[in-house]
Design a protein around this ligand. Sequence first.
Ligand code: IVH
Length: 668
Amino acid sequence: MQSVAERAQFLRAEIERHDHAYYVLDAPTIPDAEYDRLFRELLVLEQAHPELVVADSPTQRVGGAPLAEFGQVRHGVPMLSLNNAFSAEEVAAFDRRCREGLDVDEVKYAVEPKFDGLAITLIYEDGVFVQGATRGDGYTGEDVSANLRTVKNIPLRLGADAPPRLEVRGEVLMFRAEFDSLNRRQRERGEKEFANPRNAAAGSLRQLDSKITARRPLRFFAYGLAEPDAVSPAPTFYGEMMDRLAAWGFPVAAERDVVCGAAGLAGYYARIGAARPTLPYDIDGVVYKVNRLADQQRLGFVSRAPRFAIAHKFPAEEALTTVEAIEIQVGRTGALTPVARLAPVFVGGVTVTNATLHNEDEVRRKDVRVGDTVIVRRAGDVIPEVVAIVPERRPILAPEFVMPKSCPVCGSAVERPEDEAIARCDGGLFCPAQRKQALLHFASRRAMDIEGLGEKLVEQVVDSAIVKTPADLYKLGLLALASLERMAEKSAANLLAAIDKSRATTLGRFIYALGIRNVGEATAKDLARYFGNLDALLAADAASLQQVPDVGPVVAASIVRFFAEPHNLEVIEQLRAAGVHWEEGEAQATVTSAVSGKTLVLTGTLPTLSREAAREMIEARGGKVAGSVSKKTNYVVAGADAGSKLDKAQQLGVTILDEVQFLELINA
Ligand code: IVH
């Protein structure tokens, strides 16, 4: 029979194995409930037999008694920093120095992401975690062992072949999704939110109460050893050393690679730059290290940084600036959006002067005021946003933001229904701001597709009152257009030709172009398909509208309200009179097929079908095309060079089709 000690030992090993699969390999091996059962059994055993509790038991990851202060740890091997490169030239110079220093024609580099977290060091004796510390000033750090013990992907015990003493260097950070949930929890509890994952990781790691740290979703990634030589047999290459770390149970970057020369470095920088938004954690650059460890030693160090490594930084995604004004933008549906006008600041590779503040509640929550110093973030192509204010830098007289009671553009009343976050201008198309947005939407590519009718021009024709409604566009003449400032006759003629061309359209586009609230492109197409002709749609009541796939009471009410407005009917009549036309058909129930009601995602290049053609085939059969893969996706149609969407589909177990399989499905 198994003794209690053996059972505890067995449970510890099992739990460690599952932790490693879950937190390090990202490939859970058992259901959560089963894991919880093992964990509870071990807890009960250890409670009944406290003598069985060992420091590296998974139960010890829950945190211990709070500390009065952190002890100091003197690093045996200093924790240095890296020199930075901000341009390809600086990287080329680094490569040249390495080549010259080693007297070779080409150098191989180990390359990996530069984690945006906190540097830490972990000490293992006889394969057991004994101490962990922060970097501090590089020579002395803080003893955060109790906190690090709670970080689920830091192994507390290493495999059997671990050396007697091992000091692992790496970074503690927080995954973006887990950071978002943490902030949501903080908000719900009325506690302080963190500005970014890095701050959240730092705040969590430097908690005197390790029970708090245990509840924070911290992660660790290893990027080196304090003394690679102390390992036997000593690894020859950095890459080999990292494989060894992974085999001992440490998480290492999946994106690490080995490349040749400056060209290889440049390629890696571009590759990781492109993948950056899809990584689960923030990175602020990539790190290049000479791959052969003996060569690293030969190159050595200069002052406080190695000569054999460099950090190639991405343009910062966050920067500090000041709020010069908070203005209100009025959108197509009258939504009032507060926008922060900022002192120009270079962030995420561009100069940013505005950032959306979303809505009134958001401004209140962040308490953004004119004069405030704020952290602005621009990640990838995402629109810039104000992350947080810097309270210490608030000027003495900074009045709180208040939403105006009347529209700043047309003076109409501003309404905000109690259960909605958005305040709206009541003015409808009387409001020039709404009129401009409505015209831009009407002319946009997926609506009437009037090439050349951009923001500037719409501004001009509305402000000079030549155009009040979309129907007025079709009455424009060369004379009126050419009279506008900075409008050459040639561009005026081109625009008129584009307007004329837009007269021939489809019912779906036309419905979408009307800009009915809650009616997007897909719904507009569904409506067109279901009703077949405009008059049938105009005559429909809420109940019959809800027969259309995906049209619920809210959308139906928006449509009824829109067509009940005499002004809107008048514009529609004028558009028809101006010659806007489409092929009308009989009302048809949606064609049913294997893709009816299903959501498909298209990715990569298909051998014969264009994206547009595939989309039309799907939509004509009552299916939907979505832009990203989620649990709700039914099929992913993948062609050549499919990227992250295909990976995601594989992860989620979504059915993947090639073009042939897709055509079979669609024609089934
Ligand atoms: S290697 C001698 N590799 O960047 C220093 N550092 O600016 C060797 N960092 O303090 C460091 N990701 O905290 C290395 N893949 C990576 C890294 C990395 C992030 C941090 C590290 C260090 C700082 C240097």
